[in-house]
Design a protein around this ligand. Structure first.
Ligand code: MRU
Length: 344
């Protein structure tokens, strides 16, 4: 059995198992999961055991390969019919991060490109593609970090929202990549992270991973960002993204748009960091980005010993919001830094 350290997503080809850290258990417990069925893959994405747009994409690529390994191998038609069912099932697990459908489409394309070959050869090509998607994400994160770091100065106060760290990607993260690189180079950033209600990705994941790396991190409730900015503590905001439309409108974790509005008010640069795989140029604007709505219990019950709202209360619980392109100073990708007017 392949031994792995703390990696967000790893693959054990011999066992045909995807290995992840169960992010719902962090920071109190580091539990590794080995998953091998389409139902387990779907549940891991839906329940946010694996989460963050790039990590979902990498996970989905391996998931597509493992599912394909279990499809009939007698002829291409039967193989592809079964594979397409599993692909669509995985694709329905979460709607907003485009990396999910992007990775599944890449895997699908490889299957179709090799349709005249033996199923064993199709599978070999799929495995290589999943590994390539994984490697590309790791390289993209480092390049995003270098590009973002070029905009920051030593001693800066940086605010981030949700978790766009190594737990959300293959390595270094996107919004956090410049923080890791700056930390290695003695930039002495003061980092602030929003707790990120209702699922607390900032408190449970970002505060955890950045403090474990030895950075100066301060946690705050989401409604404290204005106070922090008014106090002059923030020099730049760095966030990740789940889907960027052609005009630069950006879907990211719920609350991001509010932070961008505050940043504009206080004259603080607001940077969106993400790989090109999170850009969906097929959508003209953010109005067409599908926004995931989640269960009321995440707001009323989760994390509390007893429910903290009246039983049966109506709850508004969108998992993402769209930050208007007019609020974004720059979109930082592995290919470079894009400034307004955005046109992807
Ligand atoms: O619901 P989540 O935790 O998957 O949401 C994650 C985010 O919103 C991240 O900021 C985004 O996926 C970018 S991760 C590099």
């Amino acid at each position: 059995m392949k031994e792995i350290g703390l990696i967000t997503v790893a693959f054990d080809d011999e066992a045909k198992e995807i290995i992840i850290i169960d992010q719902t258990k962090l920071p109190n417990e580091t539990r590794m999961l080995r998953l091998s069925s389409s139902e387990e893959f779907y549940e891991a994405i839906y329940l946010l055991k694996v989460r963050g747009a790039p990590a979902i994409g990498v996970f989905a690529a391996y998931a597509a390969y493992v599912c394909a390994c279990g499809c009939p191998s007698s002829d291409f038609e039967s193989f592809y019919a079964e594979f397409a069912k599993k692909r669509d099932y995985l694709n329905s697990s979460r709607p907003t991060a485009v990396n999910l459908s992007w990775a599944l489409s890449r895997m699908d394309k490889v299957v179709l490109e090799h349709k005249n070959e033996h199923v064993a050869d199709i599978l070999a090509a799929m495995k290589s593609e999943a590994e390539l998607i994984h490697k590309e994400d790791e390289d993209a994160c480092i390049a995003i970090g270098e590009n973002a770091l070029s905009l920051l100065k030593p001693g800066y106060g940086l605010l981030t929202h949700c978790n766009a760290g190594w737990l959300a990607t293959s390595k270094y993260g996107t919004a956090t990549s410049a923080m890791y690189l700056g930390h290695e180079r003695g930039y002495d950033f003061r980092i602030y992270c929003d707790e990120t209600r209702p699922l607390l990705q900032g408190a449970r994941l970002t505060a955890y991973e950045l403090s474990a790396a030895g950075m100066d991190v301060t946690l705050q409730c989401d409604n404290m960002a204005a106070s922090l900015m008014a106090a002059g503590k923030i020099d730049a905001v760095l966030v990740g993204c789940d889907r960027v439309a052609a005009n630069g409108d950006t879907a990211n974790k719920i609350g991001t748009s509010g932070v961008a509005i505050l940043a504009k008010h206080y004259g603080i640069p607001f940077y969106v960091c993400g790989p090109m795989s999170s850009i969906d140029a097929s959508l003209e604007s953010g109005k067409s980005i599908p926004i995931e709505m989640r269960k009321p219990e995440e707001v009323t019950d989760m994390w509390y010993a007893r429910p903290m709202a009246p039983s049966g209360i109506k709850v508004y619980n969108p998992a993402f919001d769209v930050t208007d392109h007019s609020l974004i100073t720059a979109i930082i990708t592995e290919k470079g830094i894009y400034y307004p007017p955005f046109s992807f």
